[in-house]
Design a protein around this ligand. Sequence first.
Ligand code: SAM
Ligand code: SF4
Length: 342
Amino acid sequence: MRDQFGRNIDYMRVSVTDRCNLRCVYCMPAEGVPYVSHQEILSFDEIVRICRIGAELGITKLKLTGGEPLVRKGLPELLKMLKKIPGIEQVTLTTNGTLLKGQINELVSSGLDSVNISMDTLDADKYREVTRGGSVEKVLEGLDAAAEFPELRVKVNCVPLKGADNEEYIRLALLAKEGKADVRFIEMMPIGMGKVFAGQRGEEIYSILEQAYGEAEGYNGHLGNGPAVYMQFPGFQKQVGFISAVSHQFCGSCNRVRLTSEGYLKPCLQYAGGTDLKALLRNGEDDDTIRREMKHTIYSKPAGHQFASAYGENAGEGERNTGNMNSEGGTFERKEMSRIGG
Ligand code: SAM
Ligand code: SF4
């Protein structure tokens, strides 16, 4: 369906858990993470019901995310259920990759269309540092296992931190050169812990790669559902993408909404506004009511984020403003990325 600014909203990111087996410094605090109890998390049936109504409203693509989606038991089962919804054309996954090797066969046979693997560096020590204890070996095993399926699109996502060694990005881009995966560099956004970490702009990473690999050309082929700008470096088998939400705002073409693991439908990452669908579901509301509320939330999607001005500021007062969001979006989100569903 179209929102109030005429954008076609056809993509929903669905968080299946707020839990994670890693603690990336810019995403989650080291300890003291307030876990949401199992009863507060949507069941598979509830997720499927919301996605089915979403599909009736024009959602065609779903991305499973979290927290770490692979820590939720039975994820392939959910995937199968979602793939059966009329109108859903694609179900994809974003994961830190550490549990991927053991689950990839079942995920692919359940209909997974593509997988994004988050890996900010290939350096084992630095990876352990940024994830507070993770093993890059495990991620690489997951990546290798995923690359065994030629029909599966595999992308590696990196959020470059200020002060990292240029060599790390040059090494990551080699994965695209060798044809293992498309590699994308995502600018740090001022969400949750991300407010206190400085990232690197897409242009900075591009010039590092240009020096190492030569000038790239714009790549016009279609590679995903999002705002990445893809470049073709000379001799590369796969593409390098840049998702520059802060330095190049792309809200005018945003096509997405988010469903949190607690059943909150969010039309924009930066704002707290949205609708508590779980309350409606558990109140026994019928599909028409849920459809009407979802339609209203999608229609009211704000014009755009204010990431650039949010950096360094105390972003907003108060928690959620349920429902009464104006076209500027209302109160800023204060939750961590892992609780929103990045
Ligand atoms: N655990 C899974 C993973 O790491 O892919 C899925 C959830 S994670 C929140 C999704 C993506 O959000 C990851 O690629 C992570 O690097 C990214 N992310 C987390 N916090 C961010 C921030 N403040 N700015 C930009 N990206 C962020
Ligand atoms: Fe976990 Fe993903 Fe957040 Fe890292 S980015 S802490 S892997 S949810």
